[in-house]
Ligand binder design. Structure first.
Ligand SMILES: C[S@@+](CC[C@H](N)C(=O)[O-])C[C@H]1O[C@@H](n2cnc3c(N)ncnc32)[C@H](O)[C@@H]1O
Length: 85
Protein backbone atom coordinates (compact mmCIF):
# COMPACT_ATOMS: atom_id res chain seq x y z
CA UNK A 1 0.00 0.00 0.00
CA UNK A 2 1.32 3.43 -0.95
CA UNK A 3 1.26 6.15 1.67
CA UNK A 4 0.36 9.82 1.18
CA UNK A 5 3.89 10.89 0.22
CA UNK A 6 4.19 8.16 -2.43
CA UNK A 7 0.92 8.95 -4.16
CA UNK A 8 -0.18 11.57 -6.66
CA UNK A 9 -0.43 13.87 -3.61
CA UNK A 10 3.25 13.32 -2.82
CA UNK A 11 5.66 16.20 -2.42
CA UNK A 12 7.84 14.97 -5.28
CA UNK A 13 5.28 16.17 -7.81
CA UNK A 14 6.64 19.22 -9.70
CA UNK A 15 3.56 21.33 -8.96
CA UNK A 16 3.21 20.30 -5.31
CA UNK A 17 3.74 23.80 -3.89
CA UNK A 18 1.14 25.18 -6.31
CA UNK A 19 -1.27 22.41 -5.25
CA UNK A 20 -0.79 23.17 -1.55
CA UNK A 21 -1.23 26.91 -2.05
CA UNK A 22 -4.35 26.32 -4.14
CA UNK A 23 -5.65 24.11 -1.35
CA UNK A 24 -4.98 26.90 1.13
CA UNK A 25 -6.89 29.36 -1.03
CA UNK A 26 -9.95 27.11 -0.80
CA UNK A 27 -9.68 25.94 2.80
CA UNK A 28 -8.26 28.97 4.65
CA UNK A 29 -11.50 30.96 4.28
CA UNK A 30 -13.14 28.17 6.29
CA UNK A 31 -10.28 27.18 8.59
CA UNK A 32 -9.10 30.62 9.72
CA UNK A 33 -12.53 31.86 10.87
CA UNK A 34 -12.92 28.64 12.87
CA UNK A 35 -9.63 29.37 14.61
CA UNK A 36 -10.72 32.96 15.18
CA UNK A 37 -14.01 31.77 16.68
CA UNK A 38 -12.04 29.64 19.12
CA UNK A 39 -10.28 32.76 20.33
CA UNK A 40 -6.73 31.50 20.10
CA UNK A 41 -4.98 33.23 22.99
CA UNK A 42 -1.60 34.92 22.86
CA UNK A 43 -0.04 32.32 25.17
CA UNK A 44 -1.59 29.22 23.61
CA UNK A 45 0.62 26.28 22.64
CA UNK A 46 -0.49 25.00 19.24
CA UNK A 47 0.25 21.90 17.18
CA UNK A 48 -0.43 21.81 13.42
CA UNK A 49 -0.09 18.25 12.13
CA UNK A 50 0.22 18.14 8.34
CA UNK A 51 0.95 21.85 7.92
CA UNK A 52 1.34 21.75 4.12
CA UNK A 53 2.39 25.19 2.86
CA UNK A 54 1.97 26.50 6.42
CA UNK A 55 -0.75 29.16 6.27
CA UNK A 56 -2.59 27.81 9.33
CA UNK A 57 0.62 27.56 11.35
CA UNK A 58 1.55 31.12 10.39
CA UNK A 59 -1.88 32.39 11.39
CA UNK A 60 -1.58 30.58 14.71
CA UNK A 61 1.88 32.07 15.24
CA UNK A 62 0.43 35.58 14.98
CA UNK A 63 -2.44 34.77 17.36
CA UNK A 64 -0.26 32.90 19.85
CA UNK A 65 2.58 35.39 19.66
CA UNK A 66 3.61 34.80 23.29
CA UNK A 67 2.95 31.04 23.13
CA UNK A 68 4.29 28.55 20.67
CA UNK A 69 3.34 26.81 17.45
CA UNK A 70 4.80 23.50 16.36
CA UNK A 71 4.08 22.64 12.73
CA UNK A 72 4.77 19.14 11.45
CA UNK A 73 4.70 17.61 8.02
CA UNK A 74 6.31 14.69 6.27
CA UNK A 75 7.95 17.25 3.94
CA UNK A 76 8.73 20.88 4.69
CA UNK A 77 10.06 21.98 1.30
CA UNK A 78 6.70 23.65 0.58
CA UNK A 79 6.40 25.48 3.89
CA UNK A 80 7.34 29.16 3.60
CA UNK A 81 9.19 30.64 6.58
CA UNK A 82 7.19 33.10 8.63
CA UNK A 83 9.65 35.86 7.78
CA UNK A 84 8.38 35.88 4.19
CA UNK A 85 4.90 37.05 5.17
C1 LIG B 1 -4.26 18.12 2.46
S1 LIG B 1 -2.70 18.81 2.99
C2 LIG B 1 -3.28 20.01 4.14
C3 LIG B 1 -2.30 21.14 4.37
C4 LIG B 1 -2.76 22.21 5.37
N1 LIG B 1 -3.09 21.66 6.67
C5 LIG B 1 -3.93 23.01 4.84
O1 LIG B 1 -5.00 22.98 5.45
O2 LIG B 1 -3.78 23.70 3.83
C6 LIG B 1 -2.15 17.50 4.06
C7 LIG B 1 -0.71 17.64 4.55
O3 LIG B 1 -0.47 16.63 5.52
C8 LIG B 1 0.83 16.11 5.34
N2 LIG B 1 0.88 14.76 5.90
C9 LIG B 1 0.37 13.62 5.38
N3 LIG B 1 0.65 12.58 6.20
C10 LIG B 1 1.34 13.09 7.26
C11 LIG B 1 1.90 12.51 8.43
N4 LIG B 1 1.80 11.20 8.67
N5 LIG B 1 2.55 13.33 9.29
C12 LIG B 1 2.66 14.66 9.05
N6 LIG B 1 2.14 15.27 7.95
C13 LIG B 1 1.49 14.49 7.07
C14 LIG B 1 1.04 16.17 3.84
O4 LIG B 1 2.42 16.16 3.52
C15 LIG B 1 0.34 17.47 3.47
O5 LIG B 1 1.24 18.57 3.44
Amino acid sequence: MRNYAQSVLGHDMPDELQRLRLLESFTDPVTLPVLESLGVGSTWRCLDVGAGAGSVARSLAFSAADGSVIATDVEFASCRPISTI
